[in-house]
Design a protein around this ligand. Structure first.
Ligand code: SF4
Ligand code: SF4
Length: 244
């Protein structure tokens, strides 16, 4: 995935679309937009950074999971999943992830009333939202979450996995592909997000990374994210020089 920070307006449509697509609880933002201030009055600026799971090439969350519930599926393009049948909710992965993109489903609610009491869960589900995406695959952390597990972004695997074979880029402007594009990419009003095959040198995402000097967040951790950021418009906090 590629996110162009020069184009992103911080509107959070991606956050909303992700929540609807993946039945996430309020306060559980698999795709968040982080806001922060830079500089001081009168020249201070508000900036922002969209932040999905980085689907790391060498994910620290996988290394620490004692039950192997968290795993990297190379057959699924290297997406990192949580198998809800195996997760014991120990939260090791949440501590290990340098990007803060994992969520424990049973946390105290941030707002009242607790939506889980308003729409009580059925069949082991943590809650039963009025609208539910019919897709469900607990081995990949897709569907309405059960109690006591950790959840995370799946790059909308339930959509992208149905795309025709060998497509270099899932372009939301292509009528034949639009249904397979991740919800955050599909909905982004200024088209700041792109989704394609990083292993294919001909893909648009690879061209964008090369042409606009794509950068990875917190690259010094060695996790080697598969999300690249472009542009200097919003800046990347991790790349700010240290203050002396
Ligand atoms: S961003 Fe965090 S949760 Fe996602 S793969 Fe990397 S270490 Fe794991
Ligand atoms: S919370 Fe679940 S996925 Fe995370 S380390 Fe523990 S068992 Fe593994």
């Amino acid at each position: 995935m590629v996110i162009d920070l020069d184009t992103c307006t911080g509107c959070q449509a991606c956050t909303t679309a992700c929540s609807m697509e993946n039945n996430t609880l309020p306060g559980e933002s698999w795709q968040d937009v982080l806001f922060y201030n830079e500089g001081e009055y009168p020249s201070g600026q508000m900036k922002w950074l969209p932040r999905p799971c980085m689907q790391c090439e060498d994910p620290s969350c996988v290394h620490v999971c004692p039950t192997r519930a968290t795993y990297k599926d190379e057959d699924a393009g290297g997406i990192v999943f949580v198998d809800w049948n195996k997760c014991i909710g120990c939260k090791y992965c949440m501590i290990a992830c340098p990007y803060g993109v994992r969520f424990y489903a049973d946390e105290q609610p941030l707002v009242e009333p607790d939506i889980r009491d308003v729409f009580p869960g059925e069949n082991g589900q943590l809650w039963s939202p009025p609208y539910q995406n019919p897709e469900s695959d607990w081995r990949r952390g897709i569907g309405v979450q059960p109690k006591g597990v950790v959840s995370k972004c799946t790059f909308c695997y339930h959509k992208v996995s149905k795309a025709p074979e060998g497509v270099a880029d899932l372009d939301e402007d292509d009528p034949e592909l639009v249904e397979y594009v991740p919800a955050c990419v599909r909905t982004c009003p200024p088209k700041a997000r792109f989704f394609g095959d990083l292993d294919n040198p001909e893909s648009n995402v690879n061209r964008l990374i090369a042409d606009k000097k794509g950068q990875r967040l917190l690259d010094h951790t060695g996790n080697r994210p598969q999300v690249y950021y472009l542009g200097a418009g919003a800046g990347i906090p991790a790349f700010r020089p240290r203050e002396s």
